[in-house]
Design a protein around this ligand. Sequence first.
Ligand SMILES: Cc1cc2nc3c(=O)[nH]c(=O)nc-3n(C[C@H](O)[C@H](O)[C@H](O)COP(=O)(O)OP(=O)(O)OC[C@H]3O[C@@H](n4cnc5c(N)ncnc54)[C@H](O)[C@@H]3O)c2cc1C
Length: 295
Amino acid sequence: MFPNAFEYQSPTSLDEAVALLVEHGYEAKILAGGQSLLPMMKLRVAAPTVLVDLGRVPGLDARTENDRELSLGAMTRHASLEWDEDLWARYPLLRETAAWIADPLVRNRGTMAGSLAHADPAADWGAALLALHGSVTVDGPNGSRRVGADDFFVDVFTTRLEPDEVLTAVHIPRPEHDVFATHLKLERKVGDFAVVAVSLQVEIDGDGRIRRPGIGLAGVGPTSLHATAAASLLEGQPLSLELIREAAAKASAATDPASDRRGSADFKRDMVRLFVERGLRSIESRFDEGRRRSA
Ligand SMILES: Cc1cc2nc3c(=O)[nH]c(=O)nc-3n(C[C@H](O)[C@H](O)[C@H](O)COP(=O)(O)OP(=O)(O)OC[C@H]3O[C@@H](n4cnc5c(N)ncnc54)[C@H](O)[C@@H]3O)c2cc1C
């Protein structure tokens, strides 16, 4: 199907992009990679009359890193997070997650920020950003503000973004200890959205204790979810089978899935329990292997 007629705007500065959003309000939509917006327009689920393309706004593909955090400009594509070897050691969850998204064509065009702004509860990046304790910068007519991942997702396809605001950067804290991460996903077929996905990241200090644990969940609630009670249980503890099982049960209890064609609510809850347990056990064995090698 063809989309509704629309006006295409290609601003060359952030101010110009924001001014266009202010001028057209709810009639306008930002175009980033177009991998969610254009299919929705073709299906006439979305019918914006103005598209504001971020492609020519300078600086939105920038990447900076200091001793506190990594900042990724809004036009950072899934594929660049998958393939930038420089990021793998310090930010392994970026690669793990990107590799699960769709197929190489979508990953070459789609952006992490676009996925976060779109806020599909089954999307992979929402879960990952929560596990990473990340945040986003949002720019609008009233200036710039930072929103933590825990506050960003409001409801299905709804975030804290106002219609005249642009998500300009994603920030991820720099790990202070050895970092371990994994993204586990159940999909009906290769490249599909998650039935259930679990994003896990933990740091492990020199005493073998877990620091800054994060457990993000996709497909099991109206938004991406952060299993905070399960993560708090891990903080400051060495990994053990008993602790892992307790955290997995707590993460499962934090979910609010719907029964649908992808599976029953009970099945999805159980998949979260299984994935958290499997993910943490794989992290535990990688940590033990590392210790054995360095002994
Ligand atoms: C076949 C297919 C399979 C897919 N599989 C998966 C999958 O397995 N997992 C997954 O997570 N995703 C999947 N996706 C979605 C994909 O990840 C998209 O790239 C992503 O959801 C949107 O990013 P985008 O840059 O393409 O955004 P766009 O499609 O350009 O925009 C999406 C929405 O976000 C808004 N927006 C975009 N950027 C900004 C910004 N900087 N500030 C404010 N608002 C903004 C737009 O206005 C629009 O409403 C799939 C898509 C396709 C087509």
